[in-house]
Design a protein around this ligand. Structure first.
Ligand code: 13P
Ligand code: SF4
Length: 309
């Protein structure tokens, strides 16, 4: 790294640390965040871990470096804290794909609604239980209802249906980033690295999952790669995670070849959080997540139901 860039990084880190102290703020970051953001985060994790961590923080401000639904959960679970997201438009395309009115009709028809955590608070408020990619199978397994509707990710829903054998109807939603992790995108890389193990996030298409060596949430993928005896992996999820894995490998004095599908999966929404925006967020205390307290109370019920499983 050139000297000027290293200096800029150092300056950025010092400014963030100072602002964190002054404001009594904690930074939570998802694995898909840019390396510079991961480097100043107090905690990095998958959606479930970050939600749980947010409940045990001694701070006044939580700055959520991720997408909007993640910051919303932190607010739902911490109504008395100020929760900030450094870019107000950093929304999850999958989460935004649900029409709440349409979902209300399904609820009235008698469906038991299992909502993936990638949903907005209005959707959570009318859901029966929430799941994340890490615990989706356990959550679906626990449901004793003959009409289950899984929203919004059809790939994760189909995976749960296949694994649990339950009668599940699917919402027609998907993540555009993971939808592009096709068999073809993996085949192109596998051609050159025949011994590579394929790891995939359950938001990937069914065909990709059928051919994967390991399926799991972001944290589970990291754990699998760190523990595995293999040396080469094709990482079937958003590419920000590669930085986290490389850092963890370095700490353990290990090296593994981490390859991305072709084209590289990148979530533009996650990348909206930049160093400049993070500084501005801390300095000006923007953008605050504000929720209707009644909606937040209702949305908390299915989240707590998930925690209690
Ligand atoms: P994880 O809960 O596995 O971190 O996934 C979040 C997400 O948005 C995947 O696209
Ligand atoms: Fe949403 Fe997909 Fe980005 Fe995850 S990768 S935050 S599901 S758009």
């Amino acid at each position: 790294m050139p000297l000027s860039e290293r200096y800029r990084n150092l300056e950025f880190k010092e400014r963030v640390e100072r602002l964190k102290r002054e404001k009594k703020a904690v930074i939570l970051a998802h694995y898909y965040q840019r390396p510079e953001i991961q480097d100043v985060a107090d905690f990095i994790g998958d959606s479930l871990e970050l939600a749980k961590i947010s409940m045990n923080l001694d701070c006044k401000i939580i700055v959520f470096c991720g997408v909007y639904f993640m910051a919303e959960i932190a607010k739902i679970l911490n109504p008395d804290k100020k929760v900030l997201i450094p870019h107000r438009k950093a929304g999850c395309i999958l989460a935004d794909s649900i029409d709440v009115e349409e979902l209300k009709k399904k609820k009235e028809e008698g469906y038991y609604i299992v909502s993936y955590v990638n949903t907005c608070s209005n959707v959570k408020a009318i859901s029966d239980i929430i799941c994340t990619s890490r615990n989706a199978l356990k959550v679906v397994e626990s449901v004793n209802h003959d009409r289950i509707l899984f929203v919004p990710d059809k790939n994760l829903g189909a995976y749960c249906r296949l694994k649990t054998g339950k009668n599940i109807e699917l919402w027609d939603g998907y993540c555009p980033v993971h939808e592009r992790v096709t068999l073809e995108s993996i085949r192109k890389v596998k051609e050159r690295f025949g011994d590579a193990l394929v790891v995939a996030h359950p938001e990937c298409p069914e065909e990709t999952l059928k051919n994967a060596d390991f399926i799991g949430s972001t944290s589970q993928i990291i754990g699998f790669i760190l523990e595995s005896d293999s040396d080469t992996f094709i990482v079937g999820t958003e590419s920000g995670i590669i930085y986290t894995i490389e850092k963890e490998l370095e700490k353990r004095g290990k090296h593994k070849k981490l390859l991305t599908p072709d084209p590289i999966p990148i979530c533009d929404q996650m990348k909206m959080i930049t160093t400049e925006r993070l500084i501005r967020s801390l300095e000006e205390e923007i953008y605050e997540v504000v929720l209707d307290p009644e909606v937040a109370e209702l949305a908390k019920i299915p989240i707590i139901r998930m925690f209690n499983l």
